[in-house]
Every structure is written in structure tokens, then in C-alpha cells.
Ligand binder design. Sequence first.
Ligand code: NAD
Length: 242
Amino acid sequence: MPLSLKGKVAAVTGGASGIGLATAKEMINAGVRVVLIDRDEAGLTAACNKLGENAIPLVIDLLDPQSCARLLSGVLEKAGQLDILFANAGSYIGGDLTDASSEGIDRMLNLNVNVVMKNVHNVLPYMIERGAGDIVVTGSVAGHFAVPWEPVYAASKWAVNCFVQTTRRQVKDHGIRVASVSPGPVASALLADWPEENLKKAKESGSIIEPEVVADAVMYILTRPRNVTIRDMVILPSAFDM
Ligand code: NAD
């Protein structure tokens, strides 16, 4: 029997687009009030207008340390509680390492790794005090396989994978579940940064899934009975060769 999420409050980072937006939509359909967090104010406003009154926008540039540190207080101010954190925002750099800029590497690692850690660090004392909570992090299949054409991105997701597994064990006795969802290629704005040739091949072979598929997986994780943790879920297009 799936656990009901009715009346819960979730915070979804990267909520204005792609996987975050699709997951916010499914959460709202399940009776959750969702605080969508993004730096893209226009995208956020458009998304929340479409999703209705249970979609609450919170504009934060997660790469701005002061703004990032206001995640929990912002959510509590707007929604009064926090039951679920979906730490999903991320960015992508692919291609040869020699072509990457140091600034690009810093920016991506900051968002994909440090920000995830800081968001979780920000909400944990609150969840520990309540003795309950769910944290789901968006990893990637690239965090489970050393993808040769994206050394920096893949390394960021390996770090996140390790962070999920270690943190889960630190907080499991506080009623808090920590999980990761690790998709293969998903049709979203993020893929615009893929090497053109790889994107063409993936499209031609049907090896791209829709964001809704990942949203379903997140909902599956969240709706297991509380004594069950789905720690890692890897979701691939069936045609994907990895
Ligand atoms: P997306 O580009 O559609 O969405 C990312 C969202 O994050 C955007 O709304 C963007 O505005 C927001 N964002 C970016 N930087 C931000 C910042 N500094 N502060 C606040 N918000 C910021 O991409 P997506 O595919 O939905 O990606 C979501 C997650 O899924 C990422 O962690 C990504 O690594 C992961 N992922 C994506 C794919 C894929 O193929 N698309 C595959 C595996 C994993």
C-alpha cells in the first residue's frame, strides 16, 4: 500500500524546468504543497501559474552562498513546514577536459556537489528535531559508470552518490530517509550542452526518456512505507547502451 503524501510540504530545487518541474507536478497531484526553488524567476512564475496554488515559488540562486543558506527559512516562511527535500538542481559540462575552463569546472562542481551538501546540511537539523523527513538527490547514471566523454560531470555525480550513501547512514536513526535517483539521458534543457554528435545518436536510437519517468521514480521512492528506503534508483532508456 503506497504511503499517502497528502498534506506534506516539499522543496524542489531546479523546479522551473525538466525533472524538477515534472516532479513538482506529480507531487502536487498527490496532495503535496511544493515550494519550487530556482534562479530562473520568469520560468518559476510561469510554472507556478500553471501548477496552481499548491505550487509556491521561491527564487534562489543556489550558487550565491547567502541566498543558498536561506533555503530552509524561505520554505518555512512560505509553507510553514518541510517534509521532503528534492535536491535536484544541477548543470552539465561534457567533452574533453582540456576544453573545459577552470571557472566552468568550479561552477558545475559547486552546483552539483557543494550546493547539494549545503542544502542537505541546511535542512537536516530541522528534520532531526522533528524525527522525520525525506531527502532525494538527483544523481545520474554517470555517477555509476565512468562516462569517458564527461569526466567532470560524471565525477560530480560519483561524489553525490557517495554523499547520499554516507549521509543516509548518519541520519537513519532519526526517521530520515535519504535516496538518490539516477537517470540516463532525459529530454530537458540540460541536454543542450551535450556534444552534438552524442545527442544526435541518442535521439536516433530512442535512448532518451521524458522527465515524467524520473518524476514517477521519485514518487515511488517517497511513497514506500517508512520502514523501507530505496537508496539508489537508476533509470535508463531501454535502448541506452551503458
Ligand atoms: P534542466 O536544465 O531542465 O533544469 C535544471 C534547473 O536548475 C533549471 O530550471 C535551472 O534554472 C535550475 N538551476 C540551474 N542553476 C541554478 C542555480 N544556480 N540556482 C537555482 N537554480 C538553478 O535540467 P534537468 O535535466 O531537469 O536536470 C535536473 C537534474 O537532473 C540535474 O542534477 C542533472 O544533473 C540531473 N540529470 C539530468 C539528466 C539529463 O539527461 N537531463 C540525466 C541525469 C541526471
